[in-house]
Design a protein around this ligand. Structure first.
Ligand code: SF4
Length: 146
């Protein structure tokens, strides 16, 4: 029988793909999904490399943009393209486990900032936002709810 498939944020699997060059391994996630086919996912590292400048979700005129913290570059489109490419390569999955608080992967836990970089509320990162639309019937959670 084919294994069930789960997308997991790659830093939770121990990949050193975070902005600071580190991982955020979750043994609980790895253990929980040991019988699944695990599909690692990290949209930031392939575009920006590791380590890299931090990025944030910023509200700009009612729209949510991904902007680099130091150089103030709008990288939303780059990330959208990377995430959509990943989805097209992995159209059918059973579950998704994303890293909390990340501007890309956070699921309801990402700080959404105004242009003065003050927290407006906590919401979704750009990947979680797109995943919700494209993987409509797939359960999404973060490592804290595994
Ligand atoms: S939270 Fe997402 S984008 Fe950030 S390092 Fe982990 S997998 Fe990559």
């Amino acid at each position: 029988m084919a294994k069930k498939k789960v997308i997991v944020s790659a830093c939770l699997l121990g990949e050193n793909c975070r902005y600071d060059g580190n991982a955020k391994i979750s043994n609980e996630v790895i253990e929980t999904y040991k019988d699944y086919e695990i599909i690692p996912f990290c949209p930031e590292a392939p575009i920006f490399g590791t380590p890299r400048e931090r990025i944030s979700v910023i509200e700009v005129n009612g729209d949510y943009r991904i902007i680099t913290d130091d150089t103030n570059r709008d990288v939303t489109k780059l990330l959208e393209d990377e995430i959509n490419f990943f989805i097209n390569s992995n159209p059918e999955v059973d579950e998704i486990v994303l890293k909390s608080s990340s501007p890309s992967c956070g699921f309801g836990t990402t700080p959404i900032l105004n242009q003065r970089r003050e927290v407006l509320f906590y919401g979704d990162g750009i990947a979680a936002e797109i995943f919700k639309k494209k993987y409509k019937s797939t359960k999404i959670k973060d490592e804290k709810s595994v």
